[in-house]
Write a protein that binds this ligand. Structure first.
Ligand code: SAM
Ligand code: SF4
Length: 321
């Protein structure tokens, strides 16, 4: 079992398979980065899988594939199949913008993927175009339909932003409810790569909007999920991710691996240790040692909130959110 210095059990690994993306979301990667990680620095799927085995053997039971946009990396289904065959009980999930999902959902499901999270910030084509800087909505919605059709469980992530999509919060919630998909509203997390003019909605403002239309109860937190849950009168449940709240990190159970092999203990901070050299040399012991060191140095909490609040200098497209 992996336990950090604050007695938190770490059993969840998020793996970014590429930092590249086919969208340019205003809150994440509004401009193409000055340079991408050179292809030769990326870990191959076989190398990433070597690390997945170490992590699973040490107690990781949930793996989420993310990016950048994970569907841009060829052979993803084979990577999923490797993990699934090694340990079928691992909760295998992916976060995607769904643009390329229509043609790949069945293949991913057959490979062993169980669940996906899709980012849907709007149901208006022109607003989607404004956020992603590309005409994306039709493909995204078709991708979601296809995922549901092939039997993948789908959760939706929405980042509510003032003057952009705040007036669509109930519409997106209804869209999810009609399709039996849960929704999580993610507070915009300030980072130095995002467009400067974004103003995210805090959970209090979001709840004000929702309570004008719905009655719901506050369920608090559930297990190690970072979501604050609420249940509506008809039983539909929605979540809010509130990284600015003081106790947000109390039950954090996750670490992140980038496509070039940097193991990151906290989404907010720049600190990371590389597993690349150890994995490329086939030194399992050394890679496991790096994993344990990253767990040992996992910070107590982020610095988005509190008196010494600062924006993060870590790119979301690198860590996978
Ligand atoms: N490309 C995929 C996607 O968009 O779902 C996966 C990677 S993306 C970095 C993962 C999640 O991070 C998405 O749900 C996205 O909305 C969220 N995200 C990105 N930048 C964010 C920010 N500044 N604040 C809050 N959430 C953010
Ligand atoms: Fe790409 Fe996802 Fe970032 Fe949007 S949020 S730019 S889709 S990685």
């Amino acid at each position: 079992m992996l336990v950090d210095s604050y007695d938190r059990v770490v059993d969840y690994l998020r793996v970014s398979v590429t930092e590249r993306c086919n969208f340019r979301c205003q809150y994440c990667m509004p401009e193409k980065p000055f340079s991408w990680v050179p292809k030769e620095n990326l870990l191959s799927f076989e190398e990433l899988f070597e690390f997945m085995k170490i992590a699973i053997d040490e107690g990781v039971n949930k793996i989420r594939i993310t990016g950048g946009e994970p569907l841009l990396r060829e052979g993803l289904d084979k990577f999923i199949e490797m993990i699934y065959k090694y340990e079928p009980s691992v909760d295998l999930a992916m976060t995607t913008n769904a643009f390329l999902l229509k043609g790949s959902a069945q293949k991913l499901k057959d490979a062993g993927l169980k669940r996906i999270n899709v980012s849907i910030d709007t149901l208006k084509p022109e607003i989607a175009k404004q956020i992603a800087q590309k005409d994306v909505l039709k493909n995204v919605l078709e991708g979601v339909d296809e995922a549901l059709k092939v039997g993948l469980k789908v959760k939706v992530n929405m980042v509510p932003m003032k003057t952009v999509n705040a007036n669509e919060i109930t519409e997106v919630l209804e869209y999810c409810k009609e399709r039996n998909m849960s929704i999580r509203f993610i507070e915009y997390m300030e980072n130095s790569f995002a467009s400067k003019d974004i103003k995210g909605l805090k959970s209090k403002e979001l709840l004000e909007i929702l309570s004008a239309k719905y009655e719901f109860s506050d369920d608090g937190f559930d297990g190690s999920s970072p979501s604050h849950y609420y249940t509506m009168k008809d039983g539909y449940r929605f979540g809010i991710i509130e990284p600015y709240e003081d106790d947000f990190c109390k039950k954090c159970n996750r670490i992140r691996l980038t496509a070039e092999g940097n193991l990151i203990p906290c989404l907010y901070f720049d600190e990371a240790l590389s597993i690349s050299k150890a994995i490329k040399a086939g030194d399992i012991k050394a890679a496991a040692q790096v994993l344990k060191e990253v767990i040992r140095t996992k910070p107590e909490k982020n610095r988005w909130g509190g008196d010494d609040a600062e924006i993060s200098s870590r790119a979301f497209y690198e860590t996978g959110g």
